[in-house]
Ligand binder design. Structure first.
Ligand code: SAM
Ligand code: DTB
Ligand code: SF4
Length: 320
């Protein structure tokens, strides 16, 4: 129930972090952090109007639009990511959804070849049909990322070109195809605490819950309607990470976008509270990320190490 999620989220902060840390230790090796690398395989000119996104064609963000990358270039980037220690390679495209034909066939080729490198594969391509989900699964795609982004109540304030139900429909197709689900959201878009609780509830309520839960802190992008929103208070992100860990004990909880503007101390608290996955490398999709050297130093300081493509144990959640 959503009320119970609110009770967890609003516990005294250190009580909440302590409980989340205990749950984390019961289900995971607390020294392991999964390291994923992102690549934007098709950038900009997206028909959707997500108010946070630099890639929406609705806003003038100064981003150069690019066509779909060649599979050879993508495979070369995946090889570099593997050599730099990535466990998972995630390919993102600024599409409302893939169009069948040459482009989609090309993505299937990328998936097959990245998988053959021994990396876990993930893609985020927008809405999928049942057939597209099945074909991606058959090509060897391990995870599909499709975020709920915010609470059902706040969704319409952020995106008008698709609905919350559209998101749920694609998530159902991903599940049915046998791929693992990567589903999270963004905090710091001007939503209320109740909206953050609503998002966490909606994530945990999925049956089964997602295997991977990216928690993004908004990276304000100049030219978008959310380009100058006030930063999220640090305790709110920590509460969200801890609550996600308690509600979804076996999931990878990823401290995703926004780490560049977080202090090392803030990140350390998030790892303590159960975050166990990050994006490595200088770039996310279009936004800068902390550099590898900084992250290697941070992980070493905290006594954390990367894992290479382990399987999370079968997903389960507690009653909410
Ligand atoms: N176009 C596809 C879609 O939206 O489903 C896939 C790519 S999209 C960029 C993937 C996710 O990145 C979004 O769902 C959103 O959660 C996250 N994201 C995009 N821009 C962001 C920003 N400025 N700050 C934080 N997260 C962001
Ligand atoms: C997710 O939840 N976060 C990643 C990944 N899924 C694709 C994307 C973050 C994007 C940050 C903004 C940018 O780089 O443009
Ligand atoms: Fe397009 Fe995805 Fe950006 Fe929305 S978040 S504008 S769907 S690329």
């Amino acid at each position: 129930m959503r009320d119970r999620v609110g009770v967890i989220y609003r516990r005294p902060l250190l009580e909440l972090v302590f409980e989340a840390a205990s749950v984390h230790r019961a289900h995971h090796d607390p020294a392991e952090v999964q390291c994923a690398t992102l690549l934007s395989i098709k950038t900009g000119a997206c028909p959707e109007d997500c108010k946070y996104c630099s890639q929406s064609a609705h806003y003038d963000t100064g981003l150069e639009r690019e066509t779909l990358m060649e599979p050879n270039e993508v495979v070369a980037a995946a090889e570099r990511a593997r050599a730099a220690g990535a466990d998972r390679f995630c390919m993102g495209a600024a599409w409302r959804g893939p169009r069948d034909g040459r482009d989609f066939d090309s993505v299937l080729d990328m998936v097959q070849r990245v998988k053959a490198l021994g990396l876990e594969t993930c893609a985020t391509l927008g809405m999928l049909t049942a057939e597209q989900a099945t074909r991606l699964a058959a090509a060897g795609l391990d995870y599909y990322n499709h975020n709920l982004d915010t609470s059902p109540e706040y969704y319409g304030e952020v995106i008008s070109t698709r609905t919350w139900q559209d998101r749920l429909d694609t998530l159902a197709e991903v599940r049915a195809s046998g791929m693992k689900v990567c589903c999270g959201g963004i905090l710091g878009m001007g939503e209320s605490e109740e909206d953050r609780i609503g998002l966490l509830h909606a994530l945990a309520e999925q049956d089964p819950p997602p295997e991977s839960v990216p928690i993004n802190a908004l990276v304000p992008m100049a030219g978008t309607p959310l380009g100058d929103v006030a930063p999220l208070p640090w305790d709110q992100l920590l509460r969200a990470v801890a609550t996600a860990r308690i509600l979804m004990p076996r999931a990878w909880v990823r401290l995703s976008a926004g780490r560049e503007s977080m202090s090392e101390e803030q990140q350390a608290l998030c790892f303590l509270a159960g975050a166990n996955s990050i994006f490595l490398g200088e770039r996310l999709l279009t936004a800068p990320n902390r550099g590898r050297a900084d992250d290697a130093a941070l992980l070493a300081k905290l006594g954390l190490r990367s894992v290479r493509a382990p399987e999370p144990v079968v997903s389960q959640t507690i009653e909410v």
